[in-house]
Write a protein that binds this ligand. Sequence first.
Ligand code: ARG
Length: 590
Amino acid sequence: DCPASVRKQLAKLFAESLKAIVPSEPDVVPLIDACVAKSGVKHADYQCNNAMSLWAKIKGKQTEFKNPRAVGEGIVKNLPPSEMVESCSVAGPGFVNIVLSKKWMAQSLQRMLTDGIDSWAPRLPVKRVMVDFSSPNIAKEMHVGHLRSTIIGDTLSRMFEFCQVESLIRRNHIGDWGTQFGMLIAYLFEKYPDTDEVNESSIGDLQAFYKASKLRFDSDPEFKLNAQQSVVKLQRGDPKYREAWQQICNISRTEFNKVYERLKIRLEEMPESFFNPYIPQVLEKMEKLGLVEDSDGARVIFVEGVDIPLIAVKRDGGYNYFSTDLASLWYRLNVEKLEWNIYVTDVGQWQHFDMVFKAFRRAGWLPKDENELPICTHVGFGLVLGDDGKRFRSRSSETVRLVDLLDEAKKRCKDALLERDNAKDWTEEEVEKTSEAIGYGAVKYADLKINRLTNYTFNFDQMLNDKGNTAVYLQYAHARICSIIRKSGKDIEELKKNGNLVLDHEDERTLGLHLLQFTEVFVESCSNLLPSVLCEYLYNLSEIFTKKFYSNCQVVGSPEETSRLLLCEATLVVMRKCFYLLGIEPVYKL
Ligand code: ARG
């Protein structure tokens, strides 16, 4: 339910009308489209497009209508009176053009200014939602793919928080379990036979340590055997091995946290190891249901439409990524009672999740047909590419440390700030804060603005450009509006109480309409799990403000100053909500 969505409100109204003209078709869903999305429709804000399909349904039957246009006219005639609609007219074969009342629009905006934008938040039909995102692997690099997962997952979480779901879990499913630990621990004990010497600093750079131990593993069969035995000891809970494992994990965690701190990302860790004890019981249930079969000594599950089976237990009896995800999903459904489980990873893992979900459907643990309200969703994303069109890597080494990447974004912004004419007016703290807000915001926005399924090219020059569809441009637009209000010298709180907002000028009306469409765009963005939809809205908002409203409507010093300042404020409020949802910190002066 979402009373703030103009489209939904119109749909309610038109449902009445449709019911009145064709009582024989009570289930017709009103088709209401916003006209901005289509070119060519002038002088209408929305369109009701039911007449043509309704006509197809009733054509042969005895009705008062002779053609689709007559159905359209019937829709208009039977529309209940409403203060939101100014006028309706039928165009072409039966399109019903809707013009909103500008008085109603202005009042709705003014009410939002008083009640706050949270009054525009939609409600979701689910209460307990989990977003599994970021989820890097211990001792392996946290790569740009994880950065994408972190950025997209955080935004989706913010969206659900805005909808005020009862409980939103931001889950970090850290890969802290697996055979690589045998190798790492064996190498550690070989290097430091005296365990007292072992601590986080003795391991040093974990990635280098990982590489060195892998080299040993691949070249020395004796070491390999030792590594395999170490896994067994670790999994049995040998204290010495557990402790070494902890230390290794902590080094990685410290690294991960640096990224999260910079980006202000909140995550709640429930790592793979947590689910390890649940694996046997979940597999046993699946065995009992007859889902698991033997394949060459491995225990496997076949799922619908996939040739290869899901390997639940490896031939050596060990567990793998699949085993953990079977156990974790079981836990999420049965212990945490989550109603929507969202997994954010690269598209390459699509089949992995498809197979896990299908195995659960075979078990009857997920409904066979979950199109209406999905319980499990994989949110995939494309690759991050370098300028060469290949997978993103830095020149010096084969991997990119994410902290370095973020530091670089910040540094470039700082340099640009210090070169500005007004650089002297800035305190050191302002420079720091602003360059972080702009730099990190730019990295996030560059990722979020494109449809997540497409690959994107990581390019500092592009993302930090102050023209075009970038966070920097948006930050400028926001700061400029702030300065308009500052320059007026008026107290906005006072204006909100006593001022009057009107939308008489065409460009005021266009801006006002776009603001009012925030909720429906948000709903589209959230329900399709596509942050790019919200980015596009935000960019268009800045464009409409700058190129239409602010170019043609004088604000400060004009007779309409009060109303226009209120419109500026409404724009700021909506912009800031978008920024917030995208995890971008707004700047107030630039
Ligand atoms: N650790 C995995 C990776 O780096 C991502 C984990 C995603 N979550 C999950 N439940 N499998 O690719």
